[in-house]
Design a protein. Sequence first.
Length: 410
Amino acid sequence: MLAHAAQADDLDPLRHLRNRFVLPDGVIYLDGNSLGALPMGVAEAVDDAVRRQWGTDLVGSWTSAGWWEAPLRIGDRIAALVGAQPGSVVVTDSTSVDLFKLVVAGVRLSQARPGPRRTVIVVDDATFPTDRYIVDEAARLLDMQVRAAAPGDVSALDDGVALAVFCHVDFRTGVLYDLPAVTRALHEVGALALWDVCHSAGAVSIGLASAGVDLAVGCSYKYLNGGPGAPAWAYVAPALQSRIDSPLPGWNSHREPFAMQLLFAPVDGIGRLRTGTPPMLSMVALEAALAAFDGVQIEDVRRRSLELTALMIGAVDEYLADVVEVVTPRDPARRGSQVSLRHPDAYPIVQALIERGVVGDFRAPDIIRLGLAPLYVSRQEVVRAVQILAAVVDSEEFRAPRFAARHTVT
Ligand SMILES: *Cc1c(COP(=O)(O)O)cnc(C)c1O
């Protein structure tokens, strides 16, 4: 299987993309869905931003280095990767904060429409925890009810639903939902669709515009490789932008920020979702990181991602059949860019794997999560990783006491 994988790597039209990353020797990195690897050129860009733009050019860099426009400029770069029009994505704040802005703005949009007041926000019943906390709190402020349901469960949708907040890919299982079909079902009952695409941006063709998605958020530090704590991004469909009413306006979203007026007047366009001053060192890192996607079509990235995940599932069938359960769907149309495996000793197994140089992660209660970042993971690494996993499980080396200690970050 390894020799076959090596051959396929040699024939891969995207194999050169791996050279756009700084990857440590001796490590098979399968956690790019948590923190993407470091792209080439990022360290130099940040160094220049610190020494020259900040150190020498000082405050003038807001203009001369294009700092002020960075949230929209970088937003356009991300828009191209998620199937959105220029001017419909802004890079700002964190996913959690952007989600809060869009949940409230979405409910306000719904309530500004004619017809009876809609009182329900539907939220993904297996959502990433932060999304649920934010939706619950926004609902409390807005006097709305929260209804938990799986994306695609049409029985949860009726004409009381103002907005649904769904994750495109389930972060635990790797299930990919049918974003166009779910969006259509929401529109059929007159509800708005707010998608969290944290686990698909940069790995899956999303097509926000062609699917008619109303609102979306995504993070930049997973498959987009923007670096630890990279600012997140928010999408608003162009037709809704003039009516978007953010609950967190700030001077950066003012029509005339330097007029320093006491009353707020929102700028036109997606910049309306800005709040305060952007974290420029992180913005510079993100912009440089996105160069790893230069000249790359997201459809080709998706194709490669599916080849890698299929290969990994095949290798698990070969080396670990009946030992772990493959949780991620075998149907490519329902699969994100990770392979999740279930085993009662998932936690110590992941620790033992890390000691052997295979970096994946553990998700409670029993998931071994292996993310296959399609720009830099090779097929040989996929097969090697599964062979090492089989060795760790067969030898029971994961039972050593040192693997049982829980770390703060898993
Ligand atoms: C990673 C992730 C987040 C992270 O939110 P932060 O505010 O960046 O911590 C939120 N939602 C989903 C679905 C994620 O996968």
